[in-house]
Design a protein around this ligand. Sequence first.
Ligand SMILES: [Zn+2]
Length: 133
Amino acid sequence: MEDHISEETLEGYSLDQLAEGRAGQIKQHLRACSRCRVALEGIEPFNSVHYTVDGPVYSRVTRLTTGKVMARHWGVDLWGGKDFTNAAAARRFLSRSFAQMFPEHHGGDRCGPIKERGNARFRLTRRTRPRWR
Ligand SMILES: [Zn+2]
């Protein structure tokens, strides 16, 4: 087995900043390596999805190697993110900004925390790379 995934690479993976080929390698490694899965879960204290009228909207909190915490939403036609000094503030931002974007959405049966990753259907392209607001 190849070496374990570095903190920097895990961070890039969590933020969907890796090139597609590299992200695919990481995904395969994670499937086979529980140690790296645990490390990834450790930097992602929050991962959820809401099935809205506009399609699924994913939300994730990522602890950065800089000590800051990134909060992001993404969906078919939606990107937004912001960095915070702690995970609690990042989660508050996600729930508040989601409620502003989808005031009519009160959560369905399938909405909530997820283990599976939401990036597969919405691969980032250069064009859709998030702009932090
Ligand atoms: Zn590993």
